[in-house]
Design a protein around this ligand. Sequence first.
Ligand code: SAM
Length: 218
Amino acid sequence: MRVRNKPWADDLIAENPEAIVLDAAAHRGHWQDRFKQQQPLQVEIGTGKGQFLIGMAKAHPEINFVGIELQKSVLAAALKTSLPEALDNLQWVLADGDGVETFFEPGEVDQLYLNFSDPWPKTRHEKRRLTYKTFLASYQAVLRDNGKIQFKTDNRHLFEYSLMSMTAFGLQLTEVSLDLHADIAASDGKLENIETEYEQKFSAKGQPIYRLVVEMPD
Ligand code: SAM
C-alpha cells in the first residue's frame, strides 16, 4: 500500500495518544488497560487504512482489537477514519509486526488477522512474508492455546506458500476457502466476513479471495 506523505499525520497522531500507541512494547502484558472493557483481544498485522478492523470493532463490541501498521501515513488515515466512530474497543499501533512477541505476553492475544499481506514474490525476500516460519513462531509466542490466525489474500502463490508454511510449522488447518465470496453467497448468511479495502478492490476485478484459518496446538 503506497500513500503520499500526509503533512497532518504527525499532528493527528500526537493529538490522539488515547487511540494510537507508538511504544507497543511498553504495553506488553497490560493491553487491557488501554480499553474500557476487559475482553478477548484480537490483533491485525498490516492493518492498512483500517477498514477491516473498524468494521470488526463496530460489529463486535465484545472484543478488543489492535491494528498494527508500519507506515505512519497509512495508519494516520486509519486513525482519521476511526476517530468519529469513538470506538472504545479499538487501538492502533505504529510498529513493524516483526516485533510482535515483544509487544504482547505469551497468551495475551486470542486471535490474529493477516489480510492481503504483501506477497514478496521473490525467493530472496521469503523471510519478509508475514507467513514465513519466523513470523509464525512469533505469533505462536503471543497467541493463547487454541488461538487462531485468519489469513485472507487474492494472491494464489502467497496462499499456497502460506498453506505449506503453516502446516509445516505444525499449525492445524481448520478452514479453507478458495473462493470466499462464493462460499459466503452459498452460506445463507452463516459465514461472517468483514471486507478489507484490498479485498473490495480485488473482488471488484473478479478475482477470487482465498481464506484460511489455522489454530495453535495446545
Ligand atoms: N490489510 C489491508 C487490506 O487488506 O486492505 C492492507 C493491505 S496492504 C497490501 C499491506 C499493509 O501491510 C501495508 O499497509 C503495509 O504497510 C503493511 N505491512 C507490511 N508489512 C508489515 C509489517 N511487517 N508490520 C506491519 N505492517 C506491515
